[in-house]
Design a protein around this ligand. Structure first.
Ligand SMILES: NC(=O)c1ccc[n+]([C@@H]2O[C@H](COP(=O)([O-])OP(=O)(O)OC[C@H]3O[C@@H](n4cnc5c(N)ncnc54)[C@H](OP(=O)(O)O)[C@@H]3O)[C@@H](O)[C@H]2O)c1
Length: 383
């Protein structure tokens, strides 16, 4: 296992951090955890040299912290740092923040949390956090020793990221980043900014939740043609670790084989470990994924609201994602949400209001039909 510095903090951590959100293959919060299996996976990772454990109050129906606490008995707690998170939607004042943190400490069976994060914030959530005194609460808990570092995890755009990063004295930030997200969310610009400020960066969704683990045929052909043979997972992690600003790459693992594979990979990766030819390969791989885009919708939402309630940008986003990563639409969370809310393309009456408003002049009506046909193939699709 390679160990990397945490920017200005003067400490080191394992390059591979274990994400405790996906045991059982579950997306956050919607499955029953297999406790014994999860404990054995956590201990396997630690025995292999992992020192960074990432969880959150809400993961796995609020059971992730409990299982991690159990796994860290028998001397394992002393070998790791724990990162967990405060869900701002759950707290309205200092008393509630205190109660929630104390509950997390109890579940984790520890007297302190190393990295305490405001969970998944953007500009609006940060403004809310300030309005309820969360930054002050985090500072006070640092002084009391209940947390070591004041941090946040982020989902928003670059401008929001820069604003939040400069608006407080952060010890660490966790961002979504991978070779497809260079210009998405905080992106490469955000990573570089944090690095320039000495703020350590922890990476989540390095494999886009597993979607980058299996390459579609046109991408696999590029990997196969390259003289050095590596799996898509290894290329993705290697590309991330090439960035010196990255302290830890999180990965959620469901199987011992995945832990072992990641332990092997993170034993070989260093800052600036990619050659020019390898970096060029990853640029080509990104282009090959993007060539699978179905429609050039930018998500500007000029077409919205649709008079009939069709979630036009949402449907196009799912269509593009399913096509890019060659995934099964039946298991797509975004599509499920659209259908549950009754915002599917089956509601389209071809009134054309969207096409008149679209600055890209996209053929929306026809594209919605094609998208729905592709996303709901066994239901006849279309209008
Ligand atoms: N704060 C936030 O807002 C937030 C949001 C997202 C994630 N996170 C944290 O970040 C952690 C990492 O995110 P993530 O779970 O999305 O990470 P990820 O690395 O992008 O995806 C994890 C998935 O990749 C696959 N995988 C991992 N190692 C593999 C290997 N060696 N070979 C083949 N497949 C492999 C598995 O997919 P299969 O299940 O398909 O096998 C696994 O479930 C989470 O666990 C969570 O702790 C935080």
């Amino acid at each position: 296992m390679k160990y990397r510095p945490f920017g200005k903090l003067g400490i080191q951590g394992s390059a591979f951090g274990l994400g405790c959100m996906r045991f059982n293959g579950a997306a956050s919060g919607d499955s029953v955890i297999d406790e014994q299996k999860a404990i054995s996976l956590i201990r396997r990772a630690i025995d292999g040299g992992v020192t960074y454990m990432d969880t959150a109050y809400v993961y796995l129906n609020r059971t992730s912290e409990i299982v991690l606490g159990k796994a860290l008995r028998d001397g394992y707690r002393e070998k790791v740092t724990i990162a967990t998170k405060m869900p701002l939607d759950f707290v309205h004042n200092r008393a509630e923040m205190q109660a929630l943190l104390d509950e997390e400490l109890t579940k984790l069976q520890t007297d302190h949390i190393d990295f305490y994060l405001m969970h998944g914030i953007n500009r609006a959530k940060w403004d809310y956090a300030k309005s309820i005194g969360a930054p002050q609460f985090f500072d006070d808990m640092k002084r009391e020793g209940k947390i070591r570092y004041k941090c946040f995890s982020f989902h928003g755009d670059y401008e929001e990221f820069e604003y939040i990063l400069r608006d407080s004295d952060w010890d660490m930030v966790q961002i979504q980043y991978n070779f497809m997200d260079v210009d998405h969310q905080a992106g490469l610009k955000g990573l570089k900014l944090a690095g320039s400020m000495g703020i350590p960066v922890v990476i989540m969704e390095g494999l886009l939740g597993g979607r980058l683990a299996k390459a579609p045929a046109n991408v696999q052909a590029l990997y196969d043609a390259f003289p050095v043979k590596r799996s898509p997972v290894e290329w993705a992690f290697r590309w991330l670790c090439d960035h010196p600003e990255v302290s830890v790459v999180l990965s959620g693992c469901n199987e011992a084989a995945q832990i072992d594979d990641n332990l092997r990979i993170f034993d070989t990766v260093e800052p600036n470990c990619m050659t020019d030819a390898e970096l060029k390969l990853m640029d080509d791989v990104r282009a090959a994924y993007l060539s699978r885009t179905q429609i050039g919708c930018t998500g500007c939402r000029y077409c919205m609201p649709c008079p009939n309630g069709v979630d036009i940008p949402g449907i196009f986003s799912v269509w593009n994602n399913v096509s890019l990563y060659d995934t099964d639409p039946r298991w797509d969370w975004g599509l499920r949400q659209i259908r549950e809310k009754g915002h599917g393309a089956d509601k389209c009456v071809a009134c054309g209001a969207c096409e008149a408003a679209c600055p890209q002049h996209l053929p929306i009506i026809d594209s919605l039909q094609r998208a729905w046909q592709a996303l709901t193939p066994n239901e006849g699709g279309g209008q």
